[in-house]
Design a binder for this molecule. Structure first.
Ligand code: ZN
Length: 500
């Protein structure tokens, strides 16, 4: 045979995609050409594949070999296509048949000795295979196979060498078993809310944030427990679903290959304010796209301590993710979209020096400091509380108890909002809050009164209504009433929060 075809997978950004590998044998000067926008690591695959094939005891075809990768318009990166190229070459040579190759995707880098090695981004690729319409059987190196075994809807076949892959395809040996993984994804460990002492209002605000998916700003002097509280938010959120677990694993895997450590606790990212722009939002790193902290916080919590100290450009870059849950990364030739749907927790000192008692900051300094958090960013932050030093030592409630209330409130919100295409109160559009989803008439009147007294903008009033809905969901009542409005106002202790 002179034309053969196999399937491999690549990552474009964080999205896995199946690639068709065609091999054509023709008469002519011996050599191998790879076409279809391959990067250098794929071009180098020529030499690796040849050595691996020969060292596995197969004949290398004589004549000219042309390898075509399609879709040709996507830039393909990495060495993960080696195995797919090698089996297609072997098929062109008759070592395996077309029907033996059909229905499989091959993922793995080849060693010169023919061993199949692990590849970065395998979880994302496996998810891409499942989402695609093509084959569902995946040959992969043993470490990779263990990593992707959780992806539902795939038959994963671990192989140590190219030879073993061929033997399995030919039916010469039995299909090897996937290495053991624990079936149950553990909830994992998270810091306990009950360790927070004497901050009942802050604990309540955190519960409301978790229940409604509200972004939150905490302001208060250093050492008052802002970081401690923020770290406890993931433990109050609903555990990740199976699909979310895999998406989070795919991102970790693309960053440092640690995608196999899975847990259901939503991720928590707390970058320092000196973190570079690229570290925060992601960017190119060599040939690959490196996810930033906002992508690592996908399905979890992004905590910015001393938020006004972050570079203005970095804070501005949070707006797109807050809007649609993704971040666009422009690279030389392409723009990639990475997932970045996170819950934002901002912390700020009341003034630039942060010293409560000895503060000598001028009013101008304080205004400039708080002004660094721009209006468009703060517009998306529904909850703003100010923290003071704890007066008592009453412990917070256990995280498990609060999480159960959060889950019940979220269920209520989801069933109400499903018709409107939303799932949490934080994302309910203003129009609905003033129409179909308005609080009770007397609650609306009370809200208008508060707004008139304090001079709130329309948007600020809408944020109150969103929070009031979450309070109603937590209380199990039909529609926000006076109590919910009062508490929403209390949770928005505007006078002493960062002034905006
Ligand atoms: Zn000061």
């Amino acid at each position: 045979m002179t034309l053969a075809e196999s399937h491999g997978a690549v990552c474009v950004g964080m999205t896995g995609q199946v690639v068709e590998v065609q091999v054509h044998l023709s008469n002519g000067l011996p050599g191998m050409t790879i076409v279809g926008l391959p990067d250098t690591s794929i071009s180098e695959s020529r030499d690796r594949v040849r050595s691996a094939v020969v060292n596995s005891g197969f004949d290398w075809p004589t004549g000219r070999i042309t390898v075509g990768l399609s879709p040709a318009f996507e830039h393909k990166r990495g060495s993960g296509l080696d195995l797919a190229v090698a089996v297609a070459v072997l098929a062109s040579n008759g070592a395996v048949t077309d029907s033996q190759l059909a229905g499989s995707v091959f993922m793995g880098e080849l060693g010169l000795d023919g061993s199949v090695r692990a590849i970065p981004g395998a979880v994302a690729m496996a998810l891409g295979v499942v989402r695609g319409a093509g084959p569902r059987r995946v040959f992969a190196g043993q470490a990779t196979a263990a990593q992707i075994a959780r992806v539902p809807g795939l038959q994963v076949i671990p192989v140590a060498t190219l030879r073993e892959a061929v033997d399995v395809m030919r039916g010469d040996i039995a299909i090897p078993a996937v290495p053991e993984t624990t079936d149950d994804i553990q909830m994992g460990v998270f810091p306990e809310l009950s360790e927070v002492l004497g901050q009942p209002l802050a604990c309540r605000a955190l519960e409301v944030a978790a229940a409604g998916g509200h972004h939150i700003l905490m302001s208060g002097p250093p050492g008052v427990g802002k970081s401690m509280l923020a770290q406890r938010l993931p433990g109050l959120l609903p555990p990740l679903t199976d699909e979310q677990v895999l998406e989070v694993a795919a991102i970790r895997d693309a960053l440092d290959g640690s995608g196999s450590e899975v847990t259901r606790v939503p991720p928590f990212c707390a970058p320092h304010h000196s973190a570079s722009h690229v570290a925060m939002v992601g960017g190119a790193s060599g040939a690959a796209t490196r996810p930033g902290q906002i992508t690592l916080a996908h399905h979890g919590v992004l905590f910015l301590d001393e938020a006004p100290e972050f570079a203005r450009m970095t804070l501005e870059c949070l707006r797109q993710p807050l809007e649609d849950g993704t971040v666009s990364i422009a690279r030389a030739a392409v723009t990639e979209r990475l997932p970045a749907a996170f819950q934002l927790v901002l912390a700020a000192n009341p003034c630039p020096c942060g010293e409560e008692r000895t503060c000598r900051c001028s009013a101008v300094d304080i205004r400039r400091y708080s002004g660094r958090l721009s209006g468009p960013l703060l517009d998306r932050v529904d909850l703003r509380i100010s923290l003071h030093r704890a007066k008592g030592i009453d412990p917070g409630e256990p995280s498990l108890v609060v999480r159960a209330r959060v889950a019940a409130a979220r269920r209520r919100a989801r069933s109400r909002l499903a018709d409107h295409g939303q799932w949490v109160n934080a994302r309910v559009p203003s129009g609905l809050l003033r129409g179909q989803l308005a609080p009770t008439p007397r609650a609306v009147a009370a809200l208008e009164r508060y707004a008139a007294e304090a001079g709130w903008s329309r948007r600020a009033t809408d944020r109150m209504a969103r929070v009031a809905w979450t309070l109603a969901d937590l209380a199990g009542c039909e529609r926000p009433d006076l109590d919910e409005i009062d508490e929403a106002v209390l949770l928005r202790n505007r006078a002493s929060a960062v002034r905006r």
